[in-house]
Design a protein around this ligand. Sequence first.
Ligand SMILES: Cc1cc2nc3c(=O)[nH]c(=O)nc-3n(C[C@H](O)[C@H](O)[C@H](O)COP(=O)(O)O)c2cc1C
Length: 372
Amino acid sequence: MESLSLLPSKIKSMKLKNRFIRSATFEGMADFEGRPTQKLKELYCNLADGGLGLIVTGLAHVDGYKNLPDIKGLPFPLAIDEDRFINDWGDLIEEVHIRGAKIAMQISHLGRQDIPHLREPVAPSAVQLENSGSVPRELTFNEINELIEKFAQSCRRVKEAGFDAVQLHGGHGYLISNFISPYFNIRNDEYGGNTENRARFIVKILEKARLLVGHEFPILIKMNFDDFIKGGLKKDEAIKIAKIIIEAGIDAIEVTGGTSSNNPLHESAKGITDEKDEAYFVSYAKALKNHVSIPVILVGGFRSLTVIDKLLTDGIVDFISMARPLICEPGLIKRWKDGNIKKAKCISCNKCKENISKQSLRCYIDEPLEQA
Ligand SMILES: Cc1cc2nc3c(=O)[nH]c(=O)nc-3n(C[C@H](O)[C@H](O)[C@H](O)COP(=O)(O)O)c2cc1C
């Protein structure tokens, strides 16, 4: 197959064999402490065999839950908040590398979307989202500085574990995206108010992280360019924030949008059946690309190679990121590479997402929940 998508490229020092990225996708395949399991290792090996250039893990907590009950089968999240987890990743990373792919870890704090019965939701401000959830507790100034340290130390652990890069989760209404959003962040100290102040949480994470990981280790961010909330973050301000954080040391930006707790359909839109519905955040990527020179990664609704090739050829994006199509077909890129360029099998039904709190990640097209 002749396609620009298959040409090698790089993000800072990280060389990738093609332009395809597996976007961070919560797998619920950690053990009860947040360690990777054999099942997770097999998933990443399948994705690497499937031809991806880069795999981004599902979100890993920088401040993990403690003492979760050890109930077999529950979809537990990854954690990277303690040094004892560093050595758990070597084998898995090696297996991915042997298969020719690179692997990054996504690090996150759920903030106001934390699970109330496990931990009190916290946020830059005690702002309730209209018709949605409880009011989170406002973080104190000291707590914010502690969280910055936790993010930075987690970047260090990701590097020490052997990952090729780290990605900050700055989207979907979780803690980092709450800081940059004018709706969720109404603080009046140095972490709130104007655009520079709202970007400061990320800037400080980068300053601290760079001291720990150096300047060569790639630090990526997946970031909201629209909260899709009245009074929330919008494109023009997101671009200003992007410029600030690039100056502070971000190496690539993955464009996303939406807030999981009230409008998950913006983040993972349903019913992508027509090419015209694909790449639904492309206008944001296009606008960003006009202002920055670091790689722009786009996620959201890619299903066909013609759409992908057009955006790469037109220079609108540098990398293509996908989540749901790869749950359905971990070998999708290899299939395309081998010449079967039929569009992805994924029908964007979102059952993978709707059932993620009940059981670990899988596709429901061929095996509906009732028969599982
Ligand atoms: C089951 C599931 C879990 C997800 N978990 C994460 C996650 O941990 N971190 C993240 O940034 N996005 C997460 N997402 C969002 C996807 O990475 C992606 O942004 C979104 O689904 C749109 O891309 P797609 O059309 O290729 O699925 C998840 C999506 C799904 C369906």
